[in-house]
Write a protein that binds this ligand. Sequence first.
Ligand SMILES: Nc1ncnc2c1ncn2[C@@H]1O[C@H](COP(=O)(O)OP(=O)(O)OP(=O)(O)O)[C@@H](O)[C@H]1O
Ligand SMILES: [Mg+2]
Length: 612
Amino acid sequence: MRGFSALFYIWRIHIRRHILMFATAVLFLGIASLFYALEIYMIRFIFDDLLSPQASEGKKMAFQEALGKLGVDLFAGVGREQLFTIIPLTLVAIFLLKGIFNYFGKYWLDAVGLATITDLRDLLYKKLMKQGQDFFAQFPTGTLISRLLNDIERMKTAVSEKLTEISTALFSLVALLASAFYQDWKMTLVSLVTIPLVVFPMARFSRKLRKVSKKSQEEIAKLADQMKETLTGVRIVQMFRMEEKEAERFGVANQHLYKVNLKATRVMALTTPMMEFIGAFAVAGILYYGHFKILSGTITLGSFSAFLATLYAMYVPVKKLSQANNIVQQAVAAADRSMELLEWETAVRELPEAGELGPFSEKISFENVSFSYGATPNVLDGVTLEIHKGISIALVGPSGAGKSTMVSLIPRLFDATGGRISIDGVDIREVTLRSLRSQIGIVTQDTVLFDLTAAENIAYGNPDIEMERVHEAARRAKAFDFISALPQGFDTRLGEGGYSLSGGQRQRIAIARAVLNNPPILILDEATSALDAESESAVQEAIRDLMRGRTTIIIAHRLSTVMDADLTVVLEEGRIVEKGRHAELIGSSGRYARLCAMEFRAALSDGFSKGE
Ligand SMILES: Nc1ncnc2c1ncn2[C@@H]1O[C@H](COP(=O)(O)OP(=O)(O)OP(=O)(O)O)[C@@H](O)[C@H]1O
Ligand SMILES: [Mg+2]
């Protein structure tokens, strides 16, 4: 049932802003349904006053009688002839008024629904942008995209379009029911006996549909996940000649979706015929009962026709309600999933009383830090390290040792599961994320370029910065020359839809982005992928320049980087096993020496032959 309360919650928090429009819309729809019931009741006068051969001049007409009961004797004195004009004109007026109230009621209610859904999409996206890595590990990108687009689209249908339909139907039903009771309460009661016959199967349908709909959305999310994966990696797919296999895998998932959707359609298609069948019983019963009353003269033909038409008219809103119910069931399932995203409490949280972290002045300390990604064993285990201001540290170790993990704890991409990390003695969990992250420049192992120009990619996060500073950062990252040589220089679009850069060029853009603000702390996760010789040496040079006199933590895969660092820290299986200067460590023939022998063998001989 969380879905219902979710839908309700979404309404409650967003509807407040449009409460006046909402209330007016509801009122208008209510009035429109009164006119609807009236329009049907007019059948009585058409039959009894206009069509019936028994109606004669001089006798009080049913129309005038009814008006008289309401205390209106507008047309009290007029004869039958005039009623031939008055009744049709009244009917036209009723239709017109009904139309006007319906139009504004529907339009305003829809407008509120649309605004609500737009708000919700914004809210969800905002929430996504603030989530920690734990969240993204839980929800793959395709799933999130599917939820933000498909689920919200379903809710839109329910909340905006169907809501007006539901309210119109509900109001009409109430108005028609009232009218039916007013006309003949006994016959109305008799026909109401059929209601439970409709309600019970409907409830079953609803439950089933909710389940199927949930499944369908899950299948769509799966498709989206696979598409995201294979489209971003389409080159690999083609290189490994997996096009057919991937298409097959997609086909299987797509078939699943087809079957689930088919099931939903079957349930929905069954609703209408079933209701109509049960309704037919009610009408048959009333006809049987009614013909006795007409024969015995208890009611006029006009009254009976009006009553039957009223009952029959109820069928439309009931049908609408049952169809809308189907849509609402799907929306409830969708709302449920949106709620899951909204309610997700990310692991990396800012304390309400979090203060600002002052400018970095002394040291970063890891104190007995351990970390584990969820259920897995510790990736970091009792890491203790002090990084003094102005020092450059090279972090080395075998693949999977936990190097990337360790540096990602400093800007709080994850929180340590044990121990603490402090900057200048302040626990980083006690300061605002903004003040912490703004002091750290980071280049991750996989460089991300956005679908923006080169300049905008470098200025990412600093949209108002002067061009001169962007150029300066590019120069420091040794990226200025190649960017200038691009077709539109710094205005060339990069990223997925834009100009393709080499791995080394991408990295230098990422470095320029990281150093743009001259952050006091710089973290570089050297890419392990091989770069072409020219890019390689340019990246090297950029890194070497940056390390000088700046607090830098660099995960090094190149010997030359390690040799330039003030301190080398060796990480193995989540523990610091050695630290010291490169020369000392090589001399001590410990773990580092062995690692060098294995990993840097080629580079080492290369480096020595160059006399470094
Ligand atoms: N998001 C994640 N969820 C679960 N486990 C992870 C996650 N990221 C990394 N790991 C695991 O944590 C361990 C350490 O990974 P990490 O990326 O820190 O290694 P690394 O030292 O940077 O390796 P490399 O030199 O190859 O980049 C690995 O065993 C890896 O499988
Ligand atoms: Mg790594």
